[in-house]
Design a protein around this ligand. Structure first.
Ligand SMILES: Nc1ncnc2c1ncn2[C@@H]1O[C@H](COP(=O)(O)OP(=O)(O)OP(=O)(O)O)[C@@H](O)[C@H]1O
Length: 343
């Protein structure tokens, strides 16, 4: 048996009434406790499982996303990213386990209104509405005061480089334009937590770059949770990430931990000498591997006792002294390689 589609056709901030009805209501004193500055963990999942009939889409997932960080959800197709997003957004209820956003259940829509913004994957805009009407309507639902609605909507539309689209019907937007309008909708009212499922999918490279810049510019101002298949993009914009595979978290932590950036460096050598022993003999070096095909030297060192920059300095010096020709240097193995290793 399957449940209905995880994400609604039209972008909505309100959870289905059936879900909202059984959510516990926070008391006034609880509300005071959960003010913006006091929340350290913006999103917390504890042993969350979601089953669709016999299919387990998300399996005992536990995550903590620090307030103010940009956090990536990574994984191959079918790993459970969208299902996890849908539970964080309150569109789906977990089969078991607990999801908290800013200390509330995502189904506590009154508490989270204007504090949680969502860009679902493949959401549709109302085709006959003009962009300005749609954003103004969504701004009202976010409790933005009536006299601020148009200014707020226009500002956020300008942020996604869509200032000329106010009177364009949603149905006549290209895929990339529609995606940016949905992104504007997710950012309306400056929410504290923003969930972005594949925010750059289908965008041309220039617009994708601008969206990445926009996400980076919000770091510290709000918590952003981003899913993408573009791992270079996630490595660039995220502070931390979780790698999912078949519904389970197979690794999580800071990007530097995930990519081993603080325990290994990689050096590509052009044709010429490969003086491995001089590198191996350096005091801070734990181990060295040479990949002849890629002409890549991997140098391992003890995390904590020395930083990657110091190791790079010593290793390059030793290599150059021995006539090696260096064509590239990197810290860690890259997120892409790590995900390939794990999934
Ligand atoms: N409504 C549903 N009914 C039945 N199975 C579902 C439903 N939604 C998701 N699934 C299944 O749950 C698993 C996880 O799906 P999900 O969409 O969360 O993955 P994903 O990581 O977002 O994948 P993609 O990268 O392809 O978007 C898949 O096997 C999918 O077929």
């Amino acid at each position: 048996m399957t449940e209905e589609k995880a994400v609604p056709d039209v972008v909505k901030v309100e959870a289905p009434a059936a879900l909202a009805a059984d959510a516990p209501v926070a008391t006034t004193s609880e509300k005071k406790k959960k003010k913006k500055s006091e929340v350290e963990v913006a999103v917390r999942l504890t042993k969350v499982t979601k089953r669709f009939g016999a299919k387990t889409a998300v399996d005992e997932v536990s995550l903590r996303v620090r307030a103010g960080s940009v956090y990536g959800l990574i994984g191959p197709n079918g790993a459970g990213k969208t299902t996890t997003f849908s539970m964080m957004a309150g569109f789906l209820k977990p089969t078991s386990g607990n999801v908290e956003v800013l200390g509330y259940s995502p189904t506590q829509v009154d508490e989270l209104r204007s504090r949680l913004g969502v860009l679902p994957q493949d959401a549709l805009l109302p085709a006959s509405d003009k962009v300005g009407e749609f954003l103004s309507h969504m701004a009202l639902l976010q409790d933005i005061p009536k006299d601020r609605v148009e200014t707020t909507a226009r500002e956020v539309l300008a942020e996604v480089e869509g200032r000329d689209w106010w009177n364009v019907r949603c149905g006549s937007l290209s895929h990339g334009m529609a995606k940016r309008v949905q992104l504007a909708q997710a950012l309306l009212g400056d929410p504290e937590v923003v969930l972005l499922d594949e925010p750059t999918a289908g965008l041309d490279p220039r617009v994708a770059y601008e969206v990445r810049q926009l996400i980076k510019s919000r770091r510290g101002r709000c918590t952003l949770i981003v899913s993408s298949h573009n791992l270079q993009e996630l490595e660039e914009i995220c502070d931390g990430a979780a790698i999912l595979d078949r519904g389970r978290v197979v690794a999580s932590g800071s990007i530097s931990e995930l990519t081993a950036a603080s325990e290994e460096i990689r050096i590509r050598l052009a044709q010429g000498p490969v003086p491995i022993p001089v590198v191996r003999d350096l005091p801070m070096v734990k181990r060295v591997e040479w990949d002849d095909e890629r002409r890549e030297l991997v140098v391992y060192f003890d995390r904590g006792s020395v930083d990657a920059e110091t190791v790079i300095g010593h290793v390059l010096w030793a290599l150059l002294q021995n006539q090696a020709r260096i064509s590239a240097v990197s810290k860690g193995r890259g997120l892409e390689q790590r995900v390939m290793d794990l999934t």
